[in-house]
Design a protein around this ligand. Structure first.
Ligand SMILES: *[C@@H]1O[C@H](CO)[C@@H](O)[C@H](O)[C@H]1NC(C)=O
Ligand SMILES: *[C@@H]1O[C@H](CO)[C@@H](O)[C@H](O)[C@H]1NC(C)=O
Ligand SMILES: *[C@@H]1O[C@H](CO)[C@@H](O)[C@H](O)[C@H]1NC(C)=O
Ligand SMILES: [Cu+2]
Length: 361
């Protein structure tokens, strides 16, 4: 076991060195000094926002949903769906891989930037403090019908009927198919127990990135998707529920807190497979908390239509950047033209040495 760990660490180190001398990554505008701790760069917890701040965020999201698509991405009819479309098309190369956390970090940034640049949003991406709501998501302020994202779904398709997004018609999903469909939810409080601190601590004590990411991707990541259910549990079309961005911001915060425990190593430590293993592959031993049940993927109630995304990623498609099967800092995070592509190296640090400049408050 020790030897395996040592070899994994060496492999990770070797790829970090290779990355450092390879193609430089896209850099942020150096004319803008990064001050991540300035209030304007702080990502705050949803429950700490004033009602006015909450409304500003939701209004900006509604604005993205109302702006026509501009990039010709498959299935997308508006700016919000363009983001969802690139997530759908990349589905097989951004989940169950070592690039899962970096991809979603940069993806959140793309969303935050669209809200700010296209819809005049002055705030930052808020995050959902799910630990606070573990075991009782159904009563979370995040699901408030007036100041939040609306509540649980109902009826035969589980469509949400309250909140600002109740009438949103989503043209992406389910799965690799195209809509139109509603935002649906099947909130399950017992699954939401897995947002609890004990589950986070279980992954937090993992010493290497190779051990950390599969643990974390499963629980609290997948369990959170499972606790809301419906659209949010859709493996590839889940960004159709705006809750996606609050869930992933929380996960990004937790990943950053793990990085902060050993920044000297964890700002460059990466690894893990680079192509999704076939469905049903058992997780690596020790990566799953003994209490964490498997959370089923989206129900297979796909429409019997020909509306399949033509860009459907093949299971063995790989991200650009490095030919190997192990994730490296050179791998490309493809944003489909929404914002420039980046490499993993560019998003490892959120404090301004790369592309990102924010802090979690
Ligand atoms: C909630 O999830 C648990 C665990 O997966 C399951 O046993 C239970 O049936 C679910 N409850 C509902 C109402 O779907
Ligand atoms: C890389 O992964 C592909 C697909 O799983 C596999 O066919 C190939 O043999 C792997 N290559 C190496 C060098 O492991
Ligand atoms: C982003 O990366 C993808 C995958 O490598 C590539 O096909 C695409 O052309 C890149 N887009 C831009 C704008 O560079
Ligand atoms: Cu995802």
């Amino acid at each position: 076991m020790l030897l395996t760990n040592l070899l994994a660490t060496l492999a990770v180190f070797a790829s970090a060195v290779t990355a450092a001398v390879a193609t430089p990554h896209h850099r942020r505008d150096s004319s803008k000094k990064c001050k991540p701790d300035k209030p304007k760069n702080q990502r705050k917890a949803w429950h700490t926002l004033s009602n006015k701040e909450k409304k500003a965020y939701i209004d900006a999201e509604l604005c993205l949903m109302s702006k026509p698509a501009t990039l010709g991405l498959p299935g997308a009819t508006n700016r919000f769906e363009e983001l969802q479309s690139i997530h759908q098309a990349s589905g097989a190369i951004i989940h169950n891989v070592g690039g899962f956390l970096p991809y979603h970090r940069y993806y959140l940034y793309a969303h935050e930037k669209l809200l700010q640049d296209e819809c005049g949003y002055k705030g930052m991406q808020p995050w959902w403090d799910e630990t606070r709501d573990a075991g009782h998501y159904s009563t979370s302020v995040v699901l408030d019908p007036v100041t939040g994202f609306g509540g649980d779904g109902s009826g035969p398709n589980g469509c949400i009927t309250t909140g600002p997004f109740a009438s949103f018609v989503n043209n992406i999903g389910p799965g690799y198919w195209f809509g139109p469909n509603c935002i649906n939810r099947y909130v399950n409080d017992s699954v939401s127990v897995m947002a609890g601190q004990a589950y986070i601590d279980f992954c937090r004590q993992k010493q290497t990135f190779a051990e950390f990411w599969p643990c974390f991707e499963r629980c609290p990541h997948r369990s959170g998707h499972g606790a809301i259910g419906g659209k949010l549990l859709d493996a590839v079309a889940s960004p159709g529920d705006p809750l996606f961005y609050l869930h992933h911001a929380w996960l990004d915060k937790l990943w950053w807190e793990w990085q902060e425990l050993n920044l000297g190593v964890r700002l460059t430590e990466i690894g893990g497979v680079n192509v999704s293993p076939p469905r049903g592959t058992p997780p690596p031993p020790g990566s799953v908390s003994p209490n964490a049940p498997e959370v089923a993927p989206a129900p297979s109630a796909f429409p019997p239509s020909d509306s399949l995304n033509p860009d459907l990623a093949s299971p063995y498609q790989k991200p650009a950047g490095d030919p190997g099967n192990i994730t490296t800092l050179n791998h490309v995070l493809n944003m489909g033209g929404i914002i420039p592509n980046a490499t993993i190296a560019g998003v490892m640090d959120i404090r301004g040495s790369g592309l990102l400049c924010y802090e979690y408050a």
